[in-house]
Design a protein around this ligand. Structure first.
Ligand SMILES: Nc1ncnc2c1ncn2[C@@H]1O[C@H](COP(=O)(O)OP(=O)(O)OP(=O)(O)O)[C@@H](O)[C@H]1O
Length: 279
């Protein structure tokens, strides 16, 4: 199947819930002050299987905290979280994170780095790991670069290795925390369109954090806007632009209107925080 056909076929996320967060609250314990800090409060989010959800919001609203909870790196105190209908609060296989910096092992080649995620999870036998390593290197367009080391790759290529490593573990939910923030504007756009192609072929459920509104609107089926003090979900925007999406979509009037609406919401939120600060 061509990438385009795959993307059209998979566009509709299924009606099955993959990730359900219900009335979740998270507090950090601040040792220095011996106090709790409410990072976010009463957050509910239902992500469908195969859906691409982007989370945006002002700095400090709890986006990374929420992603870390879904990844199992932090444990929430109130509410519930279910993945595939099963309650989860902590680490486990089935969730893979792609961070802003590529976090590759410098002494391993592309092949070794992609394989590494599967080795850590111990879910696959040797032959399966070999096969999946080659499959996902091809999927992210790095065939021919298998024996290169991270220092011999561009930033965009390093992020592709990161992505291949995460996808090769066959996660239930792919978690991406500003994965393209360190890239220059041109590479970033290229990676956005590549990510959509790869997503169309992998059919994963994605939770993606970004500060770039246009990135969120271009990529997502749904953009979730978080507010702050305390963090919470302020509004959700369904993004119905047909797929596959060309980068030229970003210059269209409907696209700009939606991006502008999201910007205004975030600005309102930033103003609200400034009022609180100066009171
Ligand atoms: N380890 C910690 N201890 C105490 N407070 C923390 C800790 N980590 C984060 N916070 C606070 O929790 C809130 C949410 O932080 P978080 O990093 O999740 O926000 P964010 O929306 O991802 O921010 P940014 O967009 O700037 O990355 C912030 O007010 C932050 O100061």
């Amino acid at each position: 199947m061509s990438a385009v056909a795959a993307q059209v076929r998979r566009h509709a996320a299924t009606s099955r819930s993959k990730l359900e967060i219900d009335h979740m609250t998270y507090r950090y314990w601040v040792e220095r002050n011996q106090t709790e800090f409410l990072a976010f409060d009463d957050v509910s989010l239902d992500v469908r299987e195969g859906e691409f959800v982007c989370i945006v919001g002002p700095s400090g609203c709890g986006k990374t905290t929420l992603l870390n909870i879904v990844a199992g790196l932090l444990r929430y105190q109130e509410g519930t979280m279910r993945i595939n209908g099963e309650p989860v609060n902590g680490p486990g296989v089935g969730r893979s994170m792609v961070f802003q910096s590529a976090s590759l092992l410098p002494w391993r080649t592309v092949r070794g780095n992609v394989r590494y995620g599967m080795e850590m999870q111990r879910r696959f036998d040797r032959a399966t790991m070999d096969g999946r390593t080659e499959q996902f290197i091809r999927m992210v367009g790095l065939a021919g670069f298998e024996e290169r080391y991270p220092s011999e790759l561009s930033g965009g290529m390093q992020q592709r290795v990161n992505l291949a490593r995460a996808l090769a573990t066959d996660p239930d939910v792919l978690l991406m925390d500003e994965p393209f923030a360190a890239l220059d504007a041109q590479t970033r756009e290229f990676m956005q369109s590549e990510l959509l192609n790869i997503w169309a072929r992998s059919r994963k459920t994605v939770l993606f954090i970004t500060h770039q509104i246009d990135e969120a609107v271009y990529l997502a089926d749904r953009v979730v806007v978080m507010g702050t003090r305390p963090g919470r979900i302020k509004r959700e925007f369904r993004v119905d632009f047909p797929r596959p999406r060309e980068l030229s979509l970003k210059r269209g009037a409907d696209f700009l209107r939606m991006s502008d609406g999201i910007w205004r919401l975030i600005e309102e939120e930033a103003d609200r925080i400034n009022v609180i600060r100066t009171e």
